[in-house]
Design a protein around this ligand. Structure first.
Ligand SMILES: [Zn+2]
Length: 199
């Protein structure tokens, strides 16, 4: 599974192509694409996809370049960052919260930058495991910290509204790098600060 997170779009976003494809889907499910309520749907879906998939055109590491030197070398934790992504297997949303921890080597970034990294990497066709790893990898490259921990808690509409139909069940994934991987005390401190442990 690739964890490449650089801008990965193979071409520019093509609004007309999505509109045509959406009209085809409407007809293919047995509906009438010219019906009043559906006539603007291909255009609306195309504009929505432009937003939902804009992360394909963006580089998460670039937003981490505007940090500041603080000489702070204790753990920083940002918890409960909301995210919305699209399962690449079904093109249905999965969504929830992300907790990020890192131990800086002096350079730190504002919480808004961490949220931007989450936005860029979640606004792509994704799987939760890869999203978790890509966030960790981008932070390692962008901040060069002592270590990084990322926990993603998500609900998947493709599990809730079809297939196994298990609403309310959450998938939790975590990736640890550096001291978060090598030092169990660091990992334990992170998990207790996120509130993931002891629940
Ligand atoms: Zn799915």
């Amino acid at each position: 599974m690739t964890t490449e997170y650089r801008p990965i779009a193979r071409r520019d976003f093509d609004t007309d192509r999505i509109k045509d494809a959406m009209s085809e889907i409407i007809e293919a499910v047995g509906e009438d694409a010219e019906r009043e309520g559906l006539r603007q749907t291909p255009d609306r879906v195309a504009r929505m996809y432009a937003e939902v998939f804009q992360g394909l055109q963006q580089d998460p590491v670039a937003v981490l370049q505007t940090g500041f030197e603080e000489g702070y070398d204790e753990m920083v934790v940002a918890r409960d960052i909301a995210f919305f992504s699209m399962c690449e297997h079904h093109f249905l949303p999965f969504f929830g919260t992300i907790h990020i921890g890192y131990v800086p080597t002096g350079r730190i970034v504002g919480i808004s930058k961490l949220a931007r990294v989450v936005d860029i990497l979640s606004r792509r066709p994704q799987v939760q495991e890869r999203l978790t790893a890509q966030i960790a990898n981008a932070l390692v490259e962008g901040l060069d910290p002592m270590g990084v921990g990322v926990v993603v808690e998500a609900e998947h509409l493709c599990m809730m509204m079809r297939g196994v139909r298990k609403p309310g069940s959450k998938i939790i994934t975590s990736v640890n790098r550096g001291v978060f991987r090598n030092d169990s005390r660091t990992r334990t401190e992170f998990l207790s600060l996120t509130g993931v442990s002891g629940r």
